[in-house]
Design a protein around this ligand. Structure first.
Ligand code: TRP
Length: 361
């Protein structure tokens, strides 16, 4: 079998259709699924993350689906030179997860940095033999990240991190991965690796499932400066950890337009519409109705309403963050038990993998 011929980065439509069917079944049979999600520990979470992907995870968690959350600390080394803050970022990310409602005390939720789980990382070695350089080179998300990194030299880790990501997902045989569109190529690669592993080594006893993407219905949230994406580095993001005053100041400076009448019109008035969308996500009220209520109150009224709404929405989350920050022993304990569980699961999988590959002694 040539590795090249079977691989396809897939279409968005195909993924979306699969994702819809999956969404229906998850609600009725949570016990059939194991979810794996993950983030790079590059900073704290902001409301773009919260409304974008994190709430979707909390929802799955609350359905009672078993969930592994990998903090991809090795991945930080692929597109930047700085590593001073990794450990601090891991702790802060964990605090963010816990404060928005992920509760590992249910015994079904495990949070761990992958650098602490040797068995997981070891899967990378056989997995690398199941993809070609040409396939790695074609990954559209990696191409974009290489462009965005601004680095003159790209390390090999950058090209192979999607294979590492396959190890993140397959070590625990996860069958559902909630992702945004940008992660679909990586998931397609994971599915291919699972399939190729099974075909090549596992005969009629497949070792790995082919995990499915669960595409979040999440809206795209722009930065407060109206630029494409909310992100901490662009200084256009409301962080979960910000104070109420910081939030107010940031929103005060948000970009709007000069039309006094407030309307929801994402195409022609992206900035104003983005602020309306944020209010809507926090209150559940339709953005059109919010716009009607503000009427000709202008950007001032809109910003005032957003500030109040967001600060109120984030208040319990921020309160919880504070409590956790003064109880770092608990936070560390959450990670240690996540690592323990991931370690055990990884060793079991690795034993099966060695057996399949004829490497038992
Ligand atoms: N690549 C993901 C990102 O950049 C993070 C990640 C690492 C991940 N491992 C994962 C996401 C496994 C989902 C599943 O955001």
């Amino acid at each position: 079998m040539s590795l090249e011929e079977k691989f396809d980065y897939g279409t968005f439509e195909a993924s979306l259709a699969r994702s819809k069917a999956l969404e229906n079944d998850l609600g009725s049979h949570p016990e059939k699924y194991r979810v794996l999600t993950g983030d790079r520990p590059t900073g704290r979470l902001h409301v773009g993350h919260l409304f974008g992907s994190v709430q979707n995870r909390v929802r799955l968690h609350q359905m009672g689906v078993e969930t592994f959350i990998v903090i991809a600390d090795y991945q930080v080394l692929t597109d930047r030179d700085t590593f001073e803050h990794i450990s601090e970022n891991v702790m802060q990310l964990t605090i963010d997860y816990l404060s928005v409602g992920i509760n590992p005390n249910d015994g079904k939720t495990f949070i761990f940095p992958h650098s602490h789980v040797p068995g997981l990382n070891q899967l990378l070695v056989p997995f690398l033999t199941l993809v070609t350089n040409a396939e790695l080179d074609r990954n559209p998300t990696v191409k974009e990240e290489i462009q965005a990194s601004g680095q003159k030299q790209i390390n090999a880790g950058m090209y192979v991190y999607p294979v590492h990501q396959a190890a993140d997902i397959l070590f625990c045989k996860a069958n559902v991965v909630p992702v945004g569109k940008d992660q679909l190529p990586h998931l397609e690669m994971t599915r291919t690796i699972a399939r190729r592993f099974n075909n090549k080594f596992a005969g009629n006893k497949p070792v790995f499932p082919e995990p499915q993407a669960l595409l979040s219905k999440a809206p795209i949230i722009l930065g407060l400066d109206g630029s494409q994406k909310m992100s901490k580095s662009r200084n256009n993001a409301v962080m979960l950890s910000a104070t109420e005053d910081e939030t107010a100041n940031l929103i005060k400076k948000a970009k709007t337009d000069s039309t006094r009448q407030i309307t929801y019109d994402p195409t022609n008035r992206p900035e104003v519409s983005n602020l309306l969308l944020l209010i809507s996500l926090a209150t559940g009220e339709a953005p059109e109705d919010i716009a009607d209520r503000i009427g000709d109150g202008g950007a001032g009224q809109l910003k005032k309403l957003l500030t109040e709404t967001l600060n109120e929405y984030l208040r319990p989350i921020r309160q919880k963050r504070k409590e956790l920050e003064s109880d770092m022993g608990y936070v560390r304990g959450v990670l240690l038990s996540g690592i323990q569980k991931a370690w055990d699961v990884a060793e079991l999988t690795l034993a099966e993998v060695r057996k399949a590959m004829n490497m038992e002694i």
